[in-house]
Design a binder for this molecule. Structure first.
Ligand code: HEM
Length: 410
């Protein structure tokens, strides 16, 4: 197959069902377990289509998350998160440890695993419930119709992560705006780099403040690690940037897109609205995570050693894309995978990734989504889409899929 014949890697979800992976991607899954795809920059990495094979690759130490590794798919896009012109490597703003390999990745991730442990996230449930209730009160007191993203989906996780990190929520316009620019792949690279630099300078400044006056928050904990020589101040700021972006962008999109998917599946919405059972809610959250798979442009990795993937010999220096959205729709693992069924056991989904980079904030995200989905539709039973789904602005070309706006009425 020549490069020209290699199918383009499809990113755009079809408006017929904006919750499904692109139809071309599903066709590639039907055709076989591994194939080459063409990226905009001409690269032709391997695309691994099945759930089991994706998990195998994601847990293999012979694949790298480092954008500097030869063959990393579309490094130019990912590098915008960390490069700044020709600045020396150590001076470039980096996005925490998500694009690093072990042992460096593990060393830095270890600094922040405790605050995201399941028990610690559970302990936050009452505080999260209060944040959600207050946001609903404010929304009900405001104009009707309103934009659910602005009035609810963004403020809730932003408040939760600000409180956890020790970032003043009063700065939310600043950090939300910059995060939005960084994850929007339609924005010019230079602008995204400015967004990254803005957040890095902001977090570095906060770390500096917490050195003088530590509080009872995650950033102050990181300052302790700087003082004991475990990490540098720059690393503390970079971890702060990662947690701040990952902590609100993803969950906000799950809240808005999940609500839209429930509007389109009223029988499923009724299950949530009519139940007080936490097990029903927990199952619903897992299924919505599986079904929507918002980190929609695939996990990206570079192969470090010659290896076999899904029966195919793959060479060191080649790229691999692992699109979890089709992994989560693999019919060999999930029966009738394109149906949103809140009663199914979807816990095996890979919406939080797999392997050493599996989402650090997943227990926090679960608690947030459980509180939101069990509260919002009960407190506002008449909540409905105000307008036409086909008119909604979807985030096709962004690091995280969702809607930019969701007009609702009640
Ligand atoms: C529903 C919400 C969320 C989804 C769908 C999600 C999804 C993901 C995925 C797919 C990865 C793996 C990236 C990879 O393998 O390259 C990841 C990593 C990560 N997530 Fe989340 N995430 C969510 C919420 C959160 C929250 C609330 C936080 C809190 C700060 C968070 C922090 C992180 C971090 C720090 C990593 C990097 C882990 C590592 O590289 O070791 N995420 N997330």
């Amino acid at each position: 197959m020549t490069d020209q014949e290699t199918p383009a890697y499809p990113m755009e979800r079809a408006m017929k069902c904006p919750f499904d992976p692109p139809p071309q991607l599903k066709s590639l899954q039907e055709e076989g377990p591994i194939t080459r795809v063409r990226l905009e920059d001409g690269q032709t990495p391997w695309l691994v289509t099945g759930y089991d094979d994706q998990r195998t690759v994601l847990s293999d130490p012979r694949v790298s998350s480092d954008t500097a590794s030869p063959g990393y798919p579309n490094a130019a896009v990912a590098k915008n998160y960390e490069a700044e012109g020709e600045a020396p490597q150590e001076q470039r703003p980096k996005i925490g440890f998500i694009l690093m390999d072990d042992p460096e990745h593990a060393r830095l991730r270890r600094m922040v695993t405790a605050p995201f442990a399941i028990k610690r996230s559970e302990a936050r449930r009452p505080a999260i419930q209060k944040i959600v209730d207050d946001a609903i009160d404010a929304m009900l007191a405001g104009p009707n119709p309103t934009d659910l993203v602005d009035a609810f989906a963004l403020p809730v996780p932003s408040l939760v992560i600000s409180e956890l990190l020790g970032v003043p929520y009063a700065d939310h316009d600043f950090f939300q705006e910059n995060s939005k620019v960084i994850v929007n792949l339609d924005v010019a690279p230079e602008e995204r780099m400015i967004g990254m630099r803005n957040l890095t300078v902001y977090l570095d400044d906060l770390v500096g403040q917490k050195m003088k006056a530590p509080g009872d928050d995650l950033l102050s904990g990181l300052v302790g690690r700087v003082e004991s020589g475990d990490i540098t101040r720059a690393e503390a700021a970079q971890i702060g940037v990662l947690l701040l972006i990952a902590g609100h962008e993803t969950t906000a999109n799950m809240i808005a897109l999940g609500t839209l998917a429930l509007f389109e599946n009223p029988d499923q919405l009724a299950l949530l609205r009519d139940s007080d059972d936490p097990v029903v809610v927990a199952k619903a959250v897992e299924e919505l995570l599986r079904y929507l798979h918002i980190t929609h442009n695939g996990r990206r990795r570079a192969v470090l050693e010659d290896m076999e993937i899904a029966g195919q010999a793959v060479k060191a220096g080649e790229g691999v894309i692992l699109p979890g959205d089709i992994g989560n729709r693999d019919p060999a693992v999930f029966a009738d995978p394109d149906r949103l069924d809140l009663t199914r056991d979807a816990r095996r989904h890979i919406a939080f990734g797999f392997g050493v980079h599996q989402c650090l904030g997943q227990s926090l995200a679960r608690v947030e989504l459980q509180v939101v989905y069990s509260t919002l539709y009960k407190r506002i039973p008449t909540l409905a889409l105000a307008g036409d789904l086909k008119e909604l602005p979807f985030k096709h070309n962004a690091a995280v899929y969702g809607v930019y706006e969701l007009p609702v009425t009640w």
